[in-house]
Write a protein that binds this ligand. Structure first.
Ligand code: IPM
Ligand code: MN
Length: 345
């Protein structure tokens, strides 16, 4: 029995996860869901963010499905560092996988691209870089204040994520782009580039390319069709994947997996969008990103067929929409679930 920990979280997280679960019930029949109350509501109630006992329980699951975390009542950084990043670090989710595909019907701001033109994945490093919290402040709140924010990069950490990216490129169109800033960040950039070149020697079937992050940001907008797999560090990946989401119809459609490829710990799957408190509770949030994140979950658990069925259903759902028409959260979930049921019956 597959055990899924479900963290609906805050705001529209709860609404979209309900729809994702409708779909998952069909794609992964009989899975066992255990719900965990984490996020702004719990924090505001009793100050708890991610107690160690809860983390240990989560670790016993096959995967984690997460809605959205956050609310304006909680100061910035508290839930991000204490919950989202703690999960990534403690569960060693070193591959932050973010696919971008332009579906028929999705509103791209780019002219001259059509569905099928954009189809790439970003493999963002998830446990190192500027996200470790290393650094500090001196002389706080004085005219002499100094702040440092250190980027941690290890051979071990870069090599394993680069290797994962080569494996994914090999299973796709066989092209991998390393993105960094080696012309300025000579220490970390040097390590990434040398590691990339070493691993590349083991993958003669994969063509490789290097781009500085500023150039990559531009190319994602003016020639996104040239990308297949991108591998990059934590912060560059964070920024580039928002651009990637924007050119493929917006962050409302993007899904992500924080993955431990070795299956030593559960991986977390979630929509990239946030809790959207402004529209929460109205039943109008688009559950497509949450549903797409179940496809990533299924794929990670070795259910490629079920994942493909969910993706095909999402593609039909988006293709059937009138431009600018409003949607109802539960109706989208019902339509996609019915489509998946039809494919798998
Ligand atoms: C994301 C988010 C997170 C990140 C924040 C909320 C910690 O922006 O998942 O992309 O920076 O990774
Ligand atoms: Mn982000």
């Amino acid at each position: 029995m597959t055990k899924i920990a479900v963290i609906p979280g805050d705001g529209i997280g709860q609404e979209v996860i309900a729809e994702a679960q409708k779909v998952l019930a069909l794609a992964l029949p009989g899975y066992e869901a255990t719900e965990y109350d984490l996020g702004a509501r719990r924090y505001n109630r009793n100050g708890e963010i991610l107690p160690d006992s809860v983390l240990s329980e989560l670790d016993e699951h096959d995967a984690i499905l997460l809605g959205a975390i956050g609310d304006p009542t909680v100061p910035p950084g508290v839930l991000e560092r204490g919950l989202l990043l703690k999960l990534r670090f403690e569960l060693d989710q070193y591959v932050n996988l973010r696919p971008s595909r332009l579906y028929p019907g999705a509103a791209t701001p780019l002219a001259d691209v059509k569905p099928g033109d954009i189809d790439f994945v970003v493999v963002r490093e998830g446990t190192e870089g500027l996200y470790t919290g290393a650094g500090g402040n001196l002389h706080v709140n004085s005219a002499a204040e100094v702040a440092t924010e250190e980027s941690l990069n290890t051979r071990y950490g870069t090599e394993r994520v680069i290797r994962d990216a080569f494996e994914r490129a090999r299973r796709r169109r066989g092209h991998l782009t390393l993105v960094h800033k080696t012309n300025v960040l000579i220490h970390a950039g040097g390590l990434w580039k040398r590691t990339f070149d070493d691993v590349a020697a083991e993958y003669p079937d994969v063509t490789t390319e290097y781009q500085h992050v500023d150039a990559a940001a531009m190319f994602l907008v003016n020639r996104p069709h040239t990308f297949d797999v991108i591998v990059t560090d934590n912060l560059f990946g964070d920024i580039l994947t928002d651009i990637a989401a924007a050119v493929t119809g917006g962050i409302g459609l993007a899904a992500t997996g924080s993955i431990n490829p070795d299956h030593q710990h559960p991986s977390t799957f979630e929509p990239v969008h946030g809790s959207a408190p402004d529209i929460a509770g109205q039943g109008i949030a688009d559950p497509v990103a949450a549903i797409s994140s179940t496809a990533l979950l299924l794929d990670h658990l070795g259910r490629a067929d079920a994942a493909a069925a969910v993706n095909a259903a999402v593609e039909r759902e988006l293709g059937s929409r009138e431009a600018g028409a409003s949607i109802r959260t539960s109706e989208v979930g019902d339509r996609v679930a019915a489509d998946v049921a039809g494919q798998l019956s």
